[in-house]
Design a protein around this ligand. Structure first.
Ligand code: 2BA
Length: 112
């Protein structure tokens, strides 16, 4: 068995979970926050049989759209030894998602 951990945009989370359920997968949604944008996203956990991993990933990918976000460009500069963060007035565009997916081995799975 594998554990799929997928970080998806909050706006896609409901659809991704619904479609995983429709395809016969069990999943759990956790509210999460990206370390870079500090914006809310959703982490979906799904325990799946090895043979079904690709099928679950296909469902997640199909329903996760990529989006662009505008962030202030930030650089660090040294003045006389002190490091100072300076935020530029020129914003930078980053592409977020569709989904960031990790697949991990599961040593043991039990439902009590
Ligand atoms: P955030 O950390 O908020 O990152 C949002 C987007 O900002 C990223 O999209 C990427 O395009 C950009 N970005 C992130 N860190 C950056 C950096 N140090 N320099 C420049 N640009 C950067 P995605 O790569 O699609 O990631 C979407 C979300 O997935 C991330 O939100 C984070 O919550 C998660 N994630 C991505 N890679 C991860 C990893 N290696 N480990 C854990 N979580 C990850």
């Amino acid at each position: 068995m594998k554990l799929i951990l997928a970080i998806v945009n909050r706006d896609d989370a409901h659809t991704v979970s619904r479609e995983l359920t429709r395809a016969g997968f069990h999943s759990t949604q956790l509210s999460s926050t990206g370390g870079f944008l500090r914006a809310g996203n959703t982490t979906i956990l799904a325990g799946v049989e090895d043979a079904d991993v690709q099928k679950a990933i296909d469902v997640i990918k199909e329903h996760s759209r990529s989006r662009t976000a505008i962030v202030p460009a930030c650089g660090e500069f040294a003045f006389g030894g002190d490091i100072t963060a300076i935020t530029s007035a020129v914003p930078t565009e980053v592409v977020v998602g569709g989904a960031t997916i990790f697949v991990m081995d599961v040593d043991r799975f039990e439902r009590a």
